[in-house]
Design a protein around this ligand. Structure first.
Ligand SMILES: Cc1ncc(COP(=O)(O)O)c(C=O)c1O
Length: 351
């Protein structure tokens, strides 16, 4: 089904005021945004407007009861072309989140037409320098102005974009979390609902005050199994295989995680998706079998872990290991995302 998207262009682009050599992450927003409204029965008024503040009632349901979900994806520029990386996987995951949060499904055509129309209009904002990309933020939130606790009847689905540079600039020091939990069995850990991120901020702030960059979440019941970090999935490279925690309902199924697994397997490496205990990780390190740790995510891309702390002991992985597997992988993924190597998995969509 084709959606009739109305387009109101900005009168004056802001692009000339942007220093593309110094874009950072998430502070600069492109000229336009896409919006559509769920009226209780259907998606209505799909439109592109100049990027601007939204006007909301103080009683807006999402602000009080947290029916708010989002996605994160990227577009890349290469030799005059713009490529989207696995956008339909983000569309699918948005609807997984929507179902769990009792929010309406976004049809594939609305998502893709809104996305491609927006990026076509703002394609000059897709940066081309190494390590940069256009970060794309699709999101949906409940818009009823009603203060009773119940699923909202009305919703807004929107997309805006930001030109971004690298999220992290150096290998990370992480703390294995044993006190706090990110998600619980039967909860919403497998969704990208806003509350998951709000709840993670306090433990993350504590870890940062202790000199770490991120928390490595463990399972909420025993705190013995490794899960993921704040916005990334986790990989351990040993002498003979790559291990990543198997997915379950307290973890987010990263699209980069899936891409990493498939590229590693194509390159002939053995990838084990299985429970990984903190004890096994420490033993691998102590026996000299742990070559690399890295994390994967759309925003963070592929970042090495310098080392991890557990119960007051720090295990430095970078000085004893190397970065051979992650370096090669980062390069392979970059080539695919920029349309420079054959897209054997069907992951990129040229704008
Ligand atoms: C909690 C969490 N884990 C993992 C990821 C990585 O997912 P992806 O590779 O799809 O960006 C993200 C980012 O969306 C995240 O928020």
């Amino acid at each position: 089904m084709s959606h009739n998207i109305t387009i109101q262009k900005t009168e004056k682009s802001r692009i000339s005021s942007v220093d593309f050599n110094n874009i950072g992450f998430g502070k600069i927003f492109s000229d336009h945004m896409f919006l559509a409204d769920w009226d209780g029965n259907a998606w209505t008024r799909p439109r592109i407007e100049p990027y601007a503040n939204l006007s909301l009632s103080p009683a807006t349901s999402a602000i009080h009861y947290g029916q708010a979900i989002f996605e994160g994806m990227k577009a890349f520029r290469s030799e005059g072309n713009v490529y989207l990386f696995r956008p339909r996987d983000n569309w699918r995951r948005l609807n997984i989140s929507a179902e769990r949060m009792v929010m309406p499904e976004v049809p594939e055509a609305l998502f893709m037409e809104g996305l491609t129309s927006l990026i076509r209009l703002d394609q000059d904002w897709v940066p081309g320098s190494e390590g940069s990309a256009l970060y794309i933020r699709p999101f949906m939130f409940a818009t009823d102005d009603f203060i009773g606790v119940k699923p909202s009847e009305k919703y807004c689905f929107a997309i805006f974009t930001c030109p971004v540079g690298p999220y992290y600039s150096k290998p990370l020091r992480i703390k294995v979390e044993e006190r706090y939990s990110r998600a619980a069995p039967g909860g919403v850990g497998f969704t990208k609902c806003a509350g998951n991120y709000g709840a993670a901020m306090y433990p993350t702030k504590l870890a940062q005050s202790e000199g770490f960059d991120q928390v490595l979440w463990t399972d909420p019941l025993t705190h013995t199994l490794v899960e993921e970090t704040g916005t990334t999935n986790f990989f351990a490279v040993t002498n003979n295989c790559v291990i990543t925690p198997n997915l379950h309902e307290t973890m987010l199924a990263g699209i980069t995680r899936d891409s990493v697994i498939k590229v590693l397997q194509k390159d002939g490496l053995t990838v084990e998706e299985r429970p990984l205990t903190v004890t096994e990780l420490k033993n691998l390190h102590t026996s000299g079998m742990l070559n690399e740790l890295f994390i994967s995510g759309t925003a963070a891309t592929l970042i090495n872990i310098e080392g991890f702390a557990h119960q007051g002991q720090y295990f430095d992985v970078l000085t004893t290991g190397n970065t051979a597997v992650s370096d090669k992988l980062r390069n392979s993924l970059d080539q695919i995302r920029h349309g420079k190597s054959e897209d054997i998995f069907g992951w990129i969509e040229k704008l």
